[in-house]
Ligand binder design. Structure first.
Ligand code: PMP
Length: 449
């Protein structure tokens, strides 16, 4: 059934607000920082989404990352449909789970050395990072965790401090409802600042279980690691008997077939050989279905129950439909796909820059592989303080001018833009054609609007 003509985004949002907190099931969907009526989506295909009123938009959200191949890729949908005919969930093991673990391990093997020997499937990135932290605490017998300001690792209690993503959008330092005793176990440091990490280890000797970092920050806008930063973290954590947890929930299988680590390991970013102790995945690994994972060497991963004493479980973990979507997505995510997404990202990032330059709007377009975002400031964005130090009020008019021209951008300046394999020349041309009008709207904006 197509969209009902009488339905509007306004009516859909009002009905939702009456029964769902804030009208949404994830905060950034409420359009809080750009204003206006949130989009209510009826369907999506390829590079586009269609709202309940029947209006089509070229989409640069891609479900916040998972839709690497574009929306509703026919082969992914067929794989899910096929799996559904055999049952939706069993609460028992399936062949597909093993196949997916094997596929991930194969992709993360560089020069014959696997980064991951064991993989545990979960349903959300939040569970993956939460479990990785529990594992690190068990492995080290220590409690403290270091995270970086502006990095988002999901919404478990200990990881919500200065967490980027929706917290950046709504300018929240953390979440209410997190016990002080739990928050006190997390040390928040400025990103890209190795001296701060060294100082934390010096100040808390023998007490830090893990450093968790986004492989490349992309939840306060894009915050790329400085060359060598991740490798130096790997050395520092090892030196101090702590684990490095590399959060690839957003970057994994999106920026490269072996994630951001793969980009670094293959020398694309000029980095040298290094390895994290644990890695977390989400988004692309489930191809748009609820699936995420954590992985690492057997010695660490086998601490998980039932092999070891660290408890973790899930009624829907390794769900057969989600596994089918993930397997199909990884099979279809060939080097050509990554090359296409890289080229598409280049084209849009350059066009954004040119349109804003033509209007004399101060801005930068931070990049991390095929990920990029927009920051209305002069000078590089190296940490959360930089990301927040910008004329963010220029974004709402920019966003709405794009929307009026049929382009759906992330509804917050603190989010990355996502290209997909389905962004063909036509989709890119529509984005590029809309940018000058958006740049004019950004130029006209005033702080009071
Ligand atoms: N880690 C990172 C780097 C993320 O970007 C996200 C989600 N945007 C998460 C963890 C949490 O994943 P989920 O929303 O699936 O819980």
């Amino acid at each position: 059934m197509g969209p009902r003509v009488s339905v509007t985004n306004e009516r859909a949002a009002a009905a939702a607000r009456a029964v769902i907190p804030g009208g949404v099931n994830s905060p950034v969907r409420a359009f809080g920082s750009v204003g206006g009526t949130p989009l209510s989506i009826a369907s999506a295909a390829g590079a586009t989404v269609t709202d309940v009123a029947g209006r089509e938009y070229v989409d640069l959200v891609a479900s916040w990352g998972p839709a690497l191949l574009g929306h509703a890729h026919p082969e992914v949908v067929a794989a899910v449909r096929d799996a559904a005919t055999r049952g939706l969930s069993f609460g028992a093991s399936t062949l597909g789970e093993t196949e997916l673990a094997e596929a991930v391990i194969a992709r993360l093997t560089v020069r014959g050395v696997p980064l991951v020997e064991r993989l545990r499937l979960v349903s959300t990135g939040t569970e993956a990072t939460m479990t990785a932290i529990r594992l690190a605490r068990a492995a080290t017998g220590r409690d403290l965790v270091v995270k970086f300001a502006g990095h988002y690792h999901g919404h478990s209690d200990g990881l919500l401090a200065e967490a980027g993503s929706g917290l950046a959008t709504f300018a929240l330092p953390g979440s209410a409802g997190v016990p002080t005793a739990i928050a006190a176990q997390t040390l928040v440091l400025p990103y890209n600042d190795l001296d701060a990490v060294r100082a934390a280890f010096a100040e808390h000797p023998g007490r830090i279980a893990a450093v968790i970092t986004e492989a490349a920050g992309a939840n306060a806008g894009v915050l790329a690691p400085l060359p060598g930063f991740n490798g130096a973290l790997a050395l520092l954590t090892r030196e101090h008997g702590a684990l490095l947890i590399l959060d690839e929930v957003l970057t994994g299988f999106r920026v490269h077939s072996a994630g951001w680590w793969g980009l670094e390991a293959s020398g694309v970013t000029g980095s040298t050989e290094w390895a994290p102790d644990l890695v977390t995945f989400g988004k692309v690994i489930g191809g748009g279905m609820p699936l995420a994972a954590l992985g690492g060497p057997a010695a660490a991963m086998d601490l998980l129950a039932p092999a070891g004493p660290v408890y973790q479980a899930g009624t829907l973990s390794g769900n057969p439909l989600a596994v089918a979507a993930g397997l199909a997505t990884l099979r279809l995510a060939t080097p050509d796909v990554y090359a296409h997404v890289d080229r598409a990202a280049d084209a849009v990032a350059v066009a954004v820059h040119e349109a804003l330059d033509a209007e004399g709007v101060a801005h930068v377009v931070p990049r991390a592989g095929s990920l990029f975002s927009l920051a209305f400031r002069v000078g590089d964005v190296r940490d959360y303080a930089d990301a927040r130090d910008q004329e963010a009020w220029r974004y709402p008019p920019f966003f709405h001018a794009m929307r009026e021209q049929g382009i759906a951008l992330p509804p917050s300046v603190f989010e990355a833009w996502f290209l997909t394999a389905a962004h063909d020349d036509d989709a890119l041309a529509r984005i590029v054609a809309a940018l000058p009008g958006a740049a004019r709207a950004a130029a006209r904006a005033t702080a009071a609007t």
